[in-house]
Design a protein around this ligand. Structure first.
Ligand code: XIL
Length: 952
């Protein structure tokens, strides 16, 4: 067994939109990965062998179970004649010349051996060494070792760029005749790749071979000796002739290259020589054409600089750049590297193309040590804490403690930054999230106030240390009042990579206005706790599959839904998406003619890869929300401005719908145009103010012209309100009578918990269907606020379970209605405005507060709302039964009825009441029973616990 890998990191993605020198408009989703340490080899000896280890001098080591640092095996070296020698391993093919490593292992002497010292040494074969051999120590030359415990040997090892062979060995050094020792858990970690990266693939075009390169376009390729030798000294180069367009050139598919992985960063280098002089000073660009399930995208890696490195036919020009790629929304099926030129016709040589890995892909977070740190100081020691300066004094104190009887006292601080520090190496990992807390008590009790700051210190790739603050800078204000105060940060994301051993956490002071504050303080109950990322439930029914024979079920999404647990939730439960914001005018075309496609493209790519349908939302928003002001021209209804704005609408719609093409099956062409307070039922927004009702016609006609296959919707809210419903009917009727193409009506359905009633909603759908037979109807933005309409209160973190249960029953009522309307062919799709309560627009609308409107909770787990949609037998209060008993009353015709409600076993039945009771005589003489006494209806039974009952 081995301890976890030394460091890891997540990476962040960014999108870029590049215009190549060619006819292509290129789009790419790239991920930038920072370098990080990477375990390249481990020897744990658990397989019962020596795993290739041999004797450096003397007798070969043997596998043993007599001792082990971890697991049950190690290797035992028992004799060697000449003292300085031990187990060794050939690392020539494991380590790369020029790279940096740490090499560590654990040593213990066999019982009875006299304590001595040990180290790891590398024998290097290298022409630059005397006799072509050098001996490099890794880490300290002397590490004390004994037979009573394991000691770690080793440290950093920089493999010289000039080495040709490397042999690692462990040796004992000291005056004794000690010879026999165990070695276990050798770990070799690369902390920096060789300059220029780890070679992945190199193309030399030697021996007239094109090395798998293919024509990109109708060009001709030939491997041939160039007129001038390239700087790497290759004999051959790849000549491209017959070029007829800028984008044409030589190409090779990298997708198959072994060692090329998503998330890593690669450097591409090549050399270019023009076949003939070109006075136009052209450039060459290395580009990538990526194809995956979402389609094809183009991006540029690097271009030659026409000023600093102009191309010529007399000297080679180096072209170099970096790229990385992600596996989202799907792994690339091809990743074609090609060279193009700003000259459409120049022939050129390409020589010695290499692809090197600069930084590795992030490792799997499950490989981390997520056990955290807890320091209570109860054992009387320092629990791994040390003085940051070496001058300040740390002592275990018993005169005060936050809990128990011990704490840590820091005195004699020499600077603000000086204080207690603890290693978080292999405890905090980049990209992971932590809750961190310490209790602090200032030693003076003079009532002064001090700022305590908690920070990290990290060193990465041997560079300068960085000091990210964990507490928001400057820190937490702590009064010197003799009390303990908590310095606590929740959900801190570790943002720094670090070299092995190069991460620590410390407490310091920040003096007011840059002053020095050397206050002494106690620390206790330090906690570093890993926050487990959320994961979704996979053993519950899929929402969209539950409704597969009724309608697609969609979700509004944003970029955070394209990876991790959110992406899993999306693809498991939804078969339609709507961009929450990324297809709106201000997102797509923030200034006239400048398009920002990447965020929407990423969402569309995700949908295409998972066969998810896409609603487009929206093209023209009546209120001018999320619409750049240029779209309204000067805002007036002058003839000139009307022409201008008409053109803007048409052009915007053309650009947007043509960009997405048939991937978008339905467009909200006009969003929220209704206003029941206007005689013509239309909102007098900025488009209306310029064009009057005509703006709807312009929008719908443009959408039909440029997206002939898409369903065109008018989308609006509160359509169950009678006045808005009447306006909806009027406006759609007017559009139809003017011959304006409209296919459907979207009911947003941003519901409150008390509004609208499912019956009012049913009426709205029926009314539209009755007035416009055959029109499409969709629920487009369903969510169910936990608040009443017009109520601006805030439950904060404490939403009552009864409300969530009520919301669940409401979702059930709505989805029952949707299913019924689908079966009556009145409703074609349902989209929920979000997925989970961690991300809802209702947290900021109509006021900033915490809302809980969606099927999944803040941690993406199923709520009653979810169960109301997929299986109401899981709703709290489901399975309630009623039982009636009768007893003789005081006179012959009177009976005493007792009704007992027994709740099912799912959860409490909140606010249970009996609203009505009907008695029917089923045999004997006809009569009309009357309830004459007892509690008035409704009979309130209140909250009935799970499996509990209540009677009246
Ligand atoms: C909302 C988005 O969800 C928010 O993120 C944004 O800040 C404002 O717009 N009606 C609509 C949607 O048609 O476009 C709105 O979306 C919600 C109301």
């Amino acid at each position: 067994m081995l301890r976890p890998a030394s460091s890891s990191h997540r990476f962040s993605c960014f999108s870029s939109s590049l215009k190549t020198a060619s006819a292509f408009v290129a789009l790419a989703l790239f991920c930038a990965a920072a370098a990080q340490a990477q375990v390249v080899k481990t020897y744990d000896f658990e397989d019962g062998t020596a795993q290739g280890w041999q004797a450096f001098v003397g007798t070969a080591p043997v596998n043993t179970t007599a001792a082990a640092y971890s697991g049950t095996h190690s290797i035992l070296t028992s004799t060697n004649a000449s003292a300085a020698g031990g187990p060794s391993i050939d690392l020539t093919s494991v380590l790369q010349a020029g790279a940096k490593y740490t090499i560590t292992g654990w040593v213990r002497l066999t019982p009875g051996e006299t304590a001595t010292n040990a180290n790891f040494t590398v024998k290097r074969t290298d022409p630059t060494c005397a006799n072509a051999t050098c001996y490099d120590n890794t880490g300290p030359y002397t590490v004390a070792v004994s037979d009573s415990g394991w000691a770690q040997i080793g440290g950093e090892f920089d493999a010289a760029a000039t080495e040709t062979a490397l042999t690692l060995y462990a040796q004992l050094v000291g005056a004794t005749g000690t010879q026999s020792f165990y070695l276990d858990d050798v770990v070799i970690t690369q902390i920096a790749p060789p300059p220029g990266g780890t070679p992945i693939v190199a193309y030399t075009f030697a021996n007239s071979s094109t090395d798998g390169w293919q024509p990109f376009g109708p060009v001709q390729l030939q491997s041939t000796p160039p007129p001038i030798q390239d700087p790497t000294g290759d004999a051959d180069a790849l000549l491209t002739t017959n070029r007829m367009d800028t984008w044409q050139g030589p190409s090779v598919d990298l997708a198959g290259a072994s060692g090329l992985v998503a998330g890593a960063t690669y450097q591409v280098t090549g050399y270019v020589l023009l076949a003939n002089a070109d006075a136009s000073n052209p450039t060459v660009t290395l580009s990538l054409k990526r194809t995956d399930c979402a389609g094809t995208t183009y991006s540029n890696i690097a271009s030659s600089d026409p000023t600093s490195s102009p191309l010529s036919n007399t000297a080679w020009t180096k072209v170099q750049g970096t790229f990385s790629f992600s596996d989202m929304p799907g792994a690339p099926s091809s990743l074609v590297l090609y060279a193009q030129s700003s000259s459409a016709t120049d022939s050129f040589y390409l020589a010695h193309v290499t692809v090197n890995q600069l930084t590795a892909a992030p490792p799997d977070p499950s490989q981390q040590d997520n056990s955290g740190i807890s320091s209570t100081f109860e054992d009387g020691g320092l629990d791994g804490w040390g003085s940051r300066s070496g001058s300040s004094v740390l002592t275990n104190a018993t005169d005060t403690a936050h809990s128990g009887t011990h704490s840590l006292l820091v005195t004699n601080r020499v600077a603000n930054w000086d204080g207690p520090s603890i290693s978080v190496d292999n405890k905090m990992y980049v990209g992971s999230v932590y809750n961190i807390s310490a209790w602090v008590r200032l030693q003076p009790t003079d009532g002064s106030t001090h700022t305590i700051n908690m920070s990290l210190q990290t060193v990465y790739q041997g560079g300068k240390p960085t000091f990210p603050s964990i507490t928001p800078y400057p820190g937490i204000s702590v009064p010197a009042d003799g009390n303990w105060h908590q310095v606590s940060v929740k959900n801190y994301t570790m943002g720094s990579n670090y070299d092995p051993g190069q991460a620590s956490l410390y407490l310091q002071t920040v003096g007011a206005n840059g002053s020095t504050d050397l206050v002494s303080f106690y620390v206790d109950d330090f906690q570093l706790n890993y926050v487990t990322p959320v994961s979704i439930q996979t053993d519950i029914p899929s929402i969209y599959q539950t409704y597969s024979s009724d309608f697609p079920v969609g979700a509004a999404i944003d970029s955070t839904d394209l990876s991790g647990a959110h992406e899993k939730l999306l693809t498991m439960h939804f078969n339609s998406i709507t961009s929450g914001n990324e297809m709106k005018w201000s997102s797509i075309e923030p200034s006239l003619g400048t398009f920002n496609w990447a965020p929407a493209d990423a969402e569309v790519g995700e949908a295409v890869c998972h066969s998810i349908r896409i609603r487009g939302h929206n093209l023209v928003w009546a209120s001018g929300s999320q619409t750049p002001t240029y779209a309204f021209g000067d805002g007036t209804n002058s003839a000139a401005n009307q022409a201008l704005v008409t053109g803007y609408i048409q052009e915007h719609i053309r650009s947007e719908v043509q960009h997405f093409g048939n991937k978008v099956y339905a467009w909200d062409v006009v969003n929220e145009p209704l206003d029941p307070h206007q005689p013509d039922c239309l909102l007098h927004g900025p488009f209306y103010n310029v064009l009057g009702p005509e703006y709807l016609d312009v929008a719908f006609r443009a959408a039909r012209q440029y997206a002939p296959n898409a369903k065109l919707f008018l989308n609006d809210y509160s359509t169950a309100d009678s006045n808005r419903l009447a306006c909806l009917v009027k406006v759609v009727g007017d559009l139809q009578s003017r011959g304006v193409p409209i296919d459907g009506v979207g009911h947003e359905m941003h519901n409150a918990i008390n509004y609208p009633s499912p019956a009012a909603m049913a009426n709205a759908i029926d009314t539209v269907a009755k007035n416009f037979p055959g029109i499409d109807q969709q629920v487009t933005e369903l969510d169910e606020s936990v608040y009443n309409a017009g109520d601006y209160s805030n439950y904060g973190n404490n939403v009552p379970p009864a409300i969530l249960a009520e919301q669940g029953w409401l979702y059930k009522a709505y989805f029952d209605l949707f299913r019924a309307k689908a079966q009556e062919h009145e409703l074609g799709a349902v989209t929920i405005w979000g997925m989970a309560d961690d991300d809802t627009w209702l947290d900021s609308f109509p006021v900033a507060r915490t809302d809980y409107p969606l099927p999944f909770d803040m941690k993406l787990q199923a709520k009653p709302a979810y169960w109301g949609i997929v299986d109401p037998t899981h709703l709290p209060g489901a399975g309630m039964t009623f039982h009636l008993t009768t007893a003789e009353g005081t006179t012959g015709h009177v009976r005493l009825l007792t009704i007992t409600a027994t709740n099912g076993d799912v959860g409490p039945a909140y606010g249970t009441q009996i609203n009505s009771l009907t008695l029917t005589r089923t045999s004997g003489v006809a009569c009309t029973p009357k309830i004459t006494a007892g509690p008035a209806l409704p009979v309130v039974l209140g909250d009935i616990p799970t499996s509990g009952s209540a009677s009246a």
